[in-house]
Design a binder for this molecule. Structure first.
Ligand code: NDP
Ligand code: MG
Length: 423
């Protein structure tokens, strides 16, 4: 009888396959980085909905201080006995504004990235870091959370794209755990719950296909920013919405899945599933397929990760099986969406390749959002940046940040060249 295949990286996987369930005890204290974003605000909503179970230990924003102040005031009024919440504001001007808010000055942490790290390291007995930052800026705080041995509810997939190996090492050294917030990875985690990695044949990450799933290639050259941002099924922050339109988001998620679940790239497939009902699937070695289904609402995977993989009650819209219609799956079109191929290749190459891919993508997305780059030029900026820069290993955080900075400079040159050409 053939034996089950050995897991590719049973010790490298961030996801704690066979883990004991935690029982409900004292309230979980959250360090919430990126509190004013799409995931951040949904986390605050969960704190509001779970007064006995969830508390804030620290929060951060970049510049939207007014939004943070309003949200925090409401929560603190509702939980007057909860310990003091530390506050990090990374933008220098916004931090000055924050220092003038009554009751904030003596709990305001340093500006810049230092404040994010302080939120993780100086908060009082935190149980969980919710990393809802966007971009490579999330990596250092993830590493700090790992070093403190926290549960990390990870929305910031860029942490793993840029520093997957570093996070794996830090998690092992710090005794931390990483639980995915991304809906696809949370779905896979639910399918894997209680399984041994040797039972797993492959992962199938689903993709909505974005707003241009059926758009013919020639028409992609003239799509507007408004069309790019009109995601068919999810309401999210601007960067991931653009990434969903280019399918770069799915490429980043393939790399994220590789580090989380410890499977090689040839056992991580992508299937386009326009309804966003099946959030992802796991195929086992006997051919059995498990899927997780639900409405497209990030609070479900977010709460599941924060709770430590326990299904707490959540009053949201339920999926109506009798009305949801047929489940359709398609192969992704790598010719119309080259970002997915670029990401897979960079992931396979490893080292600084995914760092460069991610940085070039962040620059291209920012230029697109600023109206300086066409949608159709995003893959070219990334491919040319990858082609022009040398590759190397990522031994530590400075190596990752150095490759990130060089790639940003080169990608900006690539964007300028296209802007100057009148595109
Ligand atoms: P948003 O852009 O909505 O929010 C980002 C948050 O991070 C804001 O609080 C913002 O502050 C802060 N921030 C942005 N840049 C920096 C920086 N350089 N330094 C410090 N803080 C910063 O993002 P989303 O919530 O959409 O996404 C967050 C992460 O979650 C991303 O990695 C995304 O891929 C992932 N994700 C998101 C999903 C979603 O539904 N939104 C679904 C699955 C994954 P400010 O508001 O002050 O600018
Ligand atoms: Mg996702």
């Amino acid at each position: 009888m053939p034996s089950a295949p050995e897991p590719a990286r049973p010790h490298g996987a961030l996801y704690p396959y066979l883990r004991p369930r935690l029982s409900l005890g004292d309230p979980l204290r959250l360090v919430l980085l990126g509190a004013t974003g799409s995931i951040g605000l949904q986390t605050l909503d969960l704190v509001k909905r779970n007064p006995g179970r969830l508390q804030l230990a620290a929060v951060s924003c970049r510049s939207r201080v007014d939004e943070l102040a309003a949200a925090l005031a409401e929560l603190e009024a509702a939980q007057p006995d909860a310990p003091r919440v530390l506050i990090a504001v990374t933008d220098a001007n916004a931090r000055e504004q924050a220092a003038r808010i009554p009751g904030w000055r003596d709990r305001l942490l340093s500006g810049g990235e230092a404040g994010l790290i302080e939120a993780v390291t100086q908060s009082e007995s935190p149980s969980c870091l919710v990393n809802a930052l966007v971009g490579a800026a999330g990596l250092a705080p993830t590493l700090a959370g790992a070093a403190r041995g926290l549960r990390i509810a990870l929305a910031n997939k860029e942490s793993l794209v840029v520093g997957g190996e570093l996070v794996a090492r830090a998690v092992a050294a710090g005794g931390a755990e990483v639980l995915p917030v991304d809906s696809e990875h949370a779905a896979i985690a639910q399918c894997l719950s209680g399984r041994d990695p040797r039972e797993v044949a492959r992962l199938v990450v689903t993709a909505s296909g974005g707003p241009f799933r059926t758009t013919p290639a020639p028409e992609l050259a003239t799509v507007t920013l408004e069309q790019v941002l009109a995601h068919p099924t999810w309401r999210m922050g601007p960067k991931i919405t653009v990434d969903s339109a280019t399918l770069m988001n799915k490429g980043l998620e393939v790399i994220e899945a590789h580090y989380l679940f410890g499977l090689p790239y040839d056992r991580i497939d992508v299937a386009v599933h326009p309804g966003s009902i099946v959030h992802s699937l796991v195929e086992f070695v006997d051919g059995a397929l498990l899927a997780q289904l639900g409405t497209p609402d990030m609070r479900m995977p977010l709460q599941y990760a924060i709770a430590g993989e326990i299904h707490w009650p959540l009053a949201t819209g339920r999926l109506d099986l009798l009305r949801m219609g047929p489940l359709v799956f398609e192969a992704p079109d790598l010719d119309r969406f080259p970002c997915l191929r670029l990401a897979r290749e960079a992931g396979l190459a490893g080292g600084t390749a995914p760092v460069i891919l991610n940085a070039a993508n962040e620059i291209a997305v920012a230029a697109l959002l600023a109206g300086r780059l066409r949608y159709v030029d995003v893959p070219g900026v990334i491919a040319d940046t990858l082609a022009r820069l040398p590759r190397g290993p990522v031994e530590d955080l400075p190596a990752a940040l150095d490759a990130d900075a060089r790639a940003r400079t080169e990608a900006a040159v690539q964007v300028d060249a296209r802007a100057a050409a009148g595109h």
